[in-house]
Design a protein around this ligand. Structure first.
Ligand SMILES: Nc1ncnc2c1ncn2[C@@H]1O[C@H](COP(=O)(O)OP(=O)(O)O)[C@@H](O)[C@H]1O
Ligand SMILES: CC(=O)N[C@@H](CCC(=O)OP(=O)(O)O)C(=O)O
Length: 303
């Protein structure tokens, strides 16, 4: 294939535009959450893996946290089980927990590790149990009751769903220092050794905070955070996000995403981005171009 003048100009423009970003992010950690909904086909998975390897090659330290909600759903369906989701979290009984551990810690984790390695790697897969990376405790959500005379909120029991109690970064630090790309499944371990299913966005946010990451990138299946007309919203602060939750604009799986993005930037991560993982090379476009893509959430005082 010969290079047309237009294509050559485009390549040259992207390469030169990326230089200041490469310099700025070299040596910094970027946590990328790869959602199950963004793993839709082989081209996208290969593109994602290439982007991660390219980041490593230019001196950035990528740390991947992956989801796999649709993949868990498919295996549950095959064994005749249906999941209920409450506030974006899968209600997880013992049998579902076994499936979650098998799919996230096994199938999905090893597929991503293998893909990154095939594109140059080197990647190493972990769950939150390895090196007690993710110490978890039971998550209890509260549902505000309709009746104003009852002022104790209802507690919702989600079974084996956890929240991050503590991140022990030692194993990730060791891997990053030895130039490996850690690929992490969002399974935590509790006090008495039990497994917890944790929403991958929440793990990515807490990990970004614990690692002092420069950026948190959440790859999903929408162009970013959308308003009720489907228009892309960006540059949001905490108050704006709260009002979008209150009026129902943000719901389901987008809830944990915006919540963890806000918390991460509040606790030192420079910026969080919710971007469309269905766009090829979305990670590189976000990192290395002036325009960026998707929804940016920044520290309050940066506006
Ligand atoms: N305001 C919103 N903007 C964009 N997506 C939203 C919004 N509110 C709810 N969603 C839903 O959140 C989904 C993304 O969350 P989720 O399905 O958990 O993705 P992932 O598997 O990538 O974590 C979108 O596909 C969309 O259905
Ligand atoms: C508690 C909870 O909901 N855990 C998620 C973990 C996987 C995940 O977060 O996957 P995505 O990022 O692809 O949605 C689940 O069981 O689906």
């Amino acid at each position: 294939m010969t290079l047309t003048a237009d294509r050559a100009m485009n390549i040259a423009r992207v390469l030169t535009e990326s230089l200041p970003y490469i310099r700025r992010f070299a040596g910094k950690t970027v946590v990328i959450k790869y959602g199950g909904n963004a793993m839709v086909d082989d081209d996208l998975k290969n593109g994602f893996s290439r982007d991660v390897v390219l980041m490593k090659l230019v001196g950035i330290n990528p740390v991947v946290v992956h989801g796999g909600g649709p993949q868990i759903g498919r295996l549950l369906e095959r064994i005749g089980k249906q999941s209920e989701f409450i506030q974006g979290m899968r209600v997880t009984d013992k049998e579902t927990m076994d499936v979650v551990e098998m799919v996230l810690g096994g199938q999905v984790n090893k597929e991503i590790v293998n893909l990154i390695n095939r594109h140059g790697g080197p990647a190493v897969g972990l769950t939150g149990k390895d090196g007690t990376l993710i110490y978890a405790e039971k998550l209890r959500l509260t549902r505000d009751q309709e009746d104003p005379t009852v002022n104790v909120p209802e507690i919702i029991d989600l079974g084996h769903v956890g929240k991050v109690k503590q991140i022990n970064t030692r194993i990730v630090d060791m891997l990053v220092q030895s130039d490996f790309i850690p690929v992490i499944a969002p399974i935590g371990v509790g006090e008495d050794g039990q497994s917890y299913n944790i929403n991958a966005d929440l793990v990515a946010g807490k990990l970004a905070e614990a690692l002092g990451a420069e950026k948190l990138i959440l790859l999903t299946n929408t162009p970013g955070l959308l308003d009720q007309e489907g228009k892309l919203l960006t540059g949001l602060n905490a108050a704006q996000v709260q009002s979008l939750i209150a009026n129902g604009t943000i719901s389901g799986g987008m809830l944990p995403k915006v919540q963890c993005a806000l918390e991460a930037v509040d606790r030192g991560v420079k910026s969080a981005h919710i971007i469309d993982g269905r766009v090829e090379h979305a990670v590189i476009l976000e990192l290395f171009t002036d325009e960026g893509v998707g929804t940016l959430i920044r520290q309050e005082n940066d506006f």
